[in-house]
Design a protein around this ligand. Structure first.
Ligand SMILES: Nc1ncnc2c1ncn2[C@@H]1O[C@H](COP(=O)(O)OP(=O)(O)OP(=O)(O)O)[C@@H](O)[C@H]1O
Length: 327
């Protein structure tokens, strides 16, 4: 294990930002801290970095107790959403800065900077100023700078948060490839579930200062530990008191054992998907028909094949392998 967090708690005045956090972050993996705004992700990352001290508990990095160590002594690299580059220095000088203040020989710095700029595909921009880079290129420069000191841990706080959706997606895929090349233990804060599912080896879901669940993207998506996790990781709907994913519901046009009768109240096409709202007419376990419609998503081809038009009587049931959470 690269990072061990034991019993970490943090208050700001009366407000409990983190409550008894216990977490192990494996070496060489990419771990995402995922959760809604204000849940405590950044506070936890800052405690790992040494930028914030916890009130209780301990932080161990690479087998060493780091709880009381200042940030400079933890050998961590850090990238924030808004990266503060040295504006008067070139890209190459920015990347080499950490090595220069560590008084490394000039030749070693030059070689390392060249290697890192190649790694983040910025070699041709070495002599530019940061202001002459795009937002995505600047974040890649920030990553190169953080990697220059060969940190044992790389900590990223919403590194692509300020970029537009398309660039964000590109950088996400790029970060995953970079990580597969470099294999530095990386902790990545995001509130975007798609980003976490796509990039991370392990996801830690944090809400209200507590860990809701730790697992691989598949474990969290398929076997969510709580309604919160299920709802946070993807769209959900209620069917007879249970949370189900809309694409895990089967729609049939004839009565079917275990299926609930209803009527298609609304149908809309969104890209390759068709989204249905099915108003149930059949009573559930509590003896009454559910008042909120059941949301169902299916492909356009499926909807067309079954001629699922508005007003049609249908029967709905979760598919056998559906992920669900009792409501
Ligand atoms: N220095 C501080 N003083 C007072 N309250 C703080 C301080 N830092 C954070 N908080 C509070 O602690 C809570 C957790 O903040 P944190 O930044 O860790 O959340 P987060 O999950 O990273 O959210 P976001 O994605 O919005 O950054 C928030 O309610 C925040 O207002």
């Amino acid at each position: 294990m690269s990072i061990k967090i034991h019993g970490v708690g943090k208050r700001f005045g009366d407000f409990v930002a983190l409550d008894d956090i216990n977490l192990e972050i494996p070496s060489g993996e990419l771990t995402a801290l995922l959760g809604p705004s204000g849940g405590g992700k950044s506070t936890l990352l800052r405690i790992i970095a040494g930028l914030e001290l916890s009130d209780t508990g301990s932080v161990e990095i690479e087998g060493k107790d780091a709880t009381a160590l200042p940030a400079q002594k933890r050998n961590v690299g850090f990238v924030f959403q808004h990266y503060a580059a040295f504006r008067h220095m070139t890209v190459a000088q920015n990347v080499g800065y950490g090595l220069k203040i560590r008084k490394r020989p000039k030749r070693e710095i030059a070689a390392k900077v060249e290697e890192l700029l190649a790694l983040v595909h910025l070699s041709q921009f070495a002599d530019r100023l940061p202001s002459q880079l795009s937002g995505g290129q600047r974040q890649r420069m920030a990553l190169a700078r953080a990697l220059a000191i060969e940190p044992s841990v790389l900590l990223l706080d919403e590194p692509f948060g300020a970029l537009d959706a398309k660039v964000r997606k590109e950088l996400r895929a790029w970060l995953r490839r970079l990580h597969d090349e470099v294999h530095v233990t990386t902790v990545f804060v995001t509130h975007d579930q798609e980003e976490a599912l796509e990039v991370a080896d392990q996801i830690v879901v944090i809400n209200n200062g507590r860990i809701e669940q730790i697992g691989t993207p598949d474990q969290l998506y398929d076997v969510p530990a709580s309604e919160f996790v299920m709802g946070f990781l993807g769209p959900v709907t209620v069917l007879d008191g249970s949370l189900v994913r809309p694409h895990d519901i089967e729609v049939v046009t004839v009565p079917f054992p275990g299926a609930y009768a209803g009527r298609i109240a609304r149908s809309s096409r969104v890209g390759f998907e068709v989204r249905l709202e099915v108003a149930l007419t059949e009573a559930g376990r509590d003896g009454a028909a559910q008042s909120a419609p059941v949301l169902v998503t299916l492909t356009r081809a499926e909807a067309a094949a079954k001629q699922l038009d508005e007003g049609l009587p249908v029967w709905v049931k979760p598919i056998a392998e559906a992920a669900s959470c009792a409501g």
